[in-house]
Design a protein around this ligand. Structure first.
Ligand code: SAM
Length: 295
C-alpha cells in the first residue's frame, strides 16, 4: 500500500503502484487541461480502461505509452469487471478514463470502483476537469451547497416527477443536456420555475467558442430560440426561494417576537432567534414587525 500522506506535495510519489485502480480525469475540450500527473500515469500504467479505444488512443498518442487499451463502456461494464479485477489482483496497475472529464460523473466508473473496493484493492483519483463543477463556479450562483442531477430521463412520468422536485429544490442544481433537447428542457423549466428564475447555460466549456448564457431561464430560452443550440451544454439552475413556514400564522409570529422584546431583547435579536427557530428569513420578520395593520 502506498502511503499518500507522506507524499502530499512531493514529486517522488511512486505511481503507478501495482494493484491500484487510478480514476483519471481527462480534458472536456482544451487538451492543455490534462495534468502532468495524469500524463505520467497514463504513460506508465499497465492498462487503460476507456469508453472508446479509438477516441482515447488519440489523446494518449502524444506520449509513449505501452499501456494496453481495454474498452469499458455502459454496455459491457458488467461483463468486463472480472477481467479488470483480475489485472489488479495479479499486480498490474489500471487507469480508468472516459471520453471526457471525470469517470463516474454521468460516465462509467462507479461499478468498477465499488467492485475494486469490495475486492479489498486500492482506488486513487487523479483529479481533472468536470463540466458540472466548471460550469457551476463560472455561473456566480450559490456554490456552497448544490446538487447534481446529470441527464434527466428523456420523457415520461419519471422526468415530470424529477422536474417538479428540481423546481422546488432550494440549492443550485446542475444538469447535463444534449443540444438537441436543450430548448425542450428550457421550455419545461420556464413552465415550472418561471421565466425569472436564475439559470446559465454553459456551452463548449474550455473550448474556443465557450459561452455562458443567462442570467435567467427566460433570457436563455429566447437566446436559443434565435440561435440554434450546438455543442455541449451544462445547465446551472438557481435554487427555489426558501419556503415560508406556513405552520405558524403571522399574528402568532408577532406575538412570539413581542414576547422576546418585552423580555428585553432588541428587535434584531428577537428576529434572529425566531428566524432560526421557524426557518424564516430575517427580512420577512422585520417587515412583519413594522407592518402596523397586523393585529
Ligand atoms: N464525465 C463528464 C464530466 O466530468 O463532466 C461528463 C460526461 S457526460 C456523458 C457528457 C455531458 O457533459 C455533455 O452532454 C454535457 O452536458 C456535459 N459536458 C461535457 N463537456 C462539456 C463542455 N465542454 N461544455 C459544456 N458541457 C459539457
Amino acid at each position: 500500500m502506498i502511503d499518500l500522506k507522506n507524499n502530499v506535495g512531493s514529486n517522488d510519489l511512486i505511481e503507478p503502484a501495482p494493484g491500484v485502480l487510478y480514476i483519471v480525469g481527462t480534458p472536456i475540450g482544451h487538451l492543455g487541461d490534462l495534468s502532468p500527473r495524469a500524463q505520467s500515469l497514463l504513460t506508465n500504467v499497465s492498462a487503460i480502461a476507456c469508453e472508446d479505444t479509438r477516441h482515447s488512443r488519440k489523446l494518449i498518442s502524444k506520449f509513449r505509452t505501452k499501456a494496453l487499451l481495454i474498452s469499458f463502456h455502459r454496455h459491457n461494464a458488467q461483463s468486463r469487471l472480472p477481467t479488470l479485477l483480475e489485472l489488479l489482483k495479479t499486480g498490474k496497475s489500471l487507469a480508468l478514463i472516459s471520453d471526457a472529464g471525470l469517470p463516474g460523473i454521468s460516465d462509467p466508473g462507479e461499478e468498477l470502483v465499488s467492485a475494486t473496493r469490495e475486492a479489498g484493492l486500492q482506488v486513487i483519483c487523479i483529479p481533472g476537469p468536470c463540466a458540472a463543477t466548471t460550469a457551476l463556479v463560472c455561473s456566480g450562483l450559490p456554490s456552497g451547497r448544490f446538487c447534481f442531477e446529470g441527464f434527466l430521463p428523456p420523457k415520461g412520468s419519471k422526468r415530470a416527477k424529477l422536474l417538479k422536485e428540481i423546481s422546488q429544490e432550494e440549492r443550485t442544481t446542475v444538469l447535463y443536456e444534449s443540444p438537441h433537447r436543450l430548448i425542450q428542457l428550457l421550455k419545461e423549466l420556464i413552465t415550472i420555475c418561471g421565466a425569472k428564475r436564475s439559470l446559465y447555460v454553459a456551452r463548449e466549456l474550455t473550448k474556443r467558442h465557450e459561452q455562458h448564457i443567462g442570467p435567467t431561464i427566460g433570457i436563455a430560452l429566447k437566446y436559443f430560440l434565435e440561435n440554434e443550440p450546438i455543442g455541449e451544454c451544462t445547465i446551472i439552475l438557481g435554487g427555489a426561494e426558501k419556503k415560508l413556514n406556513i405552520e405558524i400564522s403571522e399574528p402568532e409570529l408577532l406575538k412570539k417576537m413581542h414576547a422576546l422584546i418585552d423580555e428585553g431583547l432588541s428587535t434584531n435579536e428577537s428576529a434572529r432567534l425566531i428566524s432560526k427557530e421557524e426557518g424564516l428569513s430575517k427580512r420577512f420578520l422585520y417587515r412583519l414587525l413594522h407592518q402596523k395593520d397586523i393585529s
